[in-house]
Design a protein around this ligand. Structure first.
Ligand SMILES: [Cu+2]
Length: 136
């Protein structure tokens, strides 16, 4: 192994360490990124992932958005999820500002149960700002 190969391996190790530090559960889990963009949309609007994958939403716009699962539109044995840590859609709707992600902020949820999850950005629901996560 020459010096250049050693340096390259060192860089890869640093990158791996950095990305593990950003994930909630650590380890080797996969992360799928969904952007909340200027056009009041989740991008991509629909993602298909394997069980155990973390979805990381990031607000790439200047206005606040929420990630709020629809009660009854996630698998019945799956944990409810919403930015702000609410335990139900009703609780999230009762405190919209508490669930807002400001510019540059992220929210993560790891999906362990297979099925289809529908979610919404509460303030922009009338603009059609909804999304879907399909877990295989
Ligand atoms: Cu929004």
């Amino acid at each position: 192994m020459n010096r250049r190969q050693v340096l390259r391996l060192g860089g890869a190790a640093l990158v791996a360490t950095a990305s593990a530090g950003c994930s909630s559960a650590g380890g080797s889990e996969d992360v799928t990124r969904v952007s909340m963009a200027e056009n009041f949309a989740f991008d991509p609007k629909r993602v298909t992932i394997s069980a155990g994958t973390t979805v990381r939403w990031i607000n790439d716009s200047e206005v606040g958005h929420t990630v709020t699962a629809y009660d009854g539109q996630i698998p019945s044995d799956a944990a409810y999820f919403a930015s702000g840590g609410f335990e139900s859609e009703k609780a999230a709707r009762n405190d919209v500002s508490g669930g807002l992600l400001v510019a540059g902020e992220t929210y993560e949820h790891t999906f362990d149960v297979a099925g289809t999850y529908e979610y919404v950005c509460i303030p922009h629901e009338s603009s059609g700002m909804t999304g879907t996560v399909v877990v295989k």
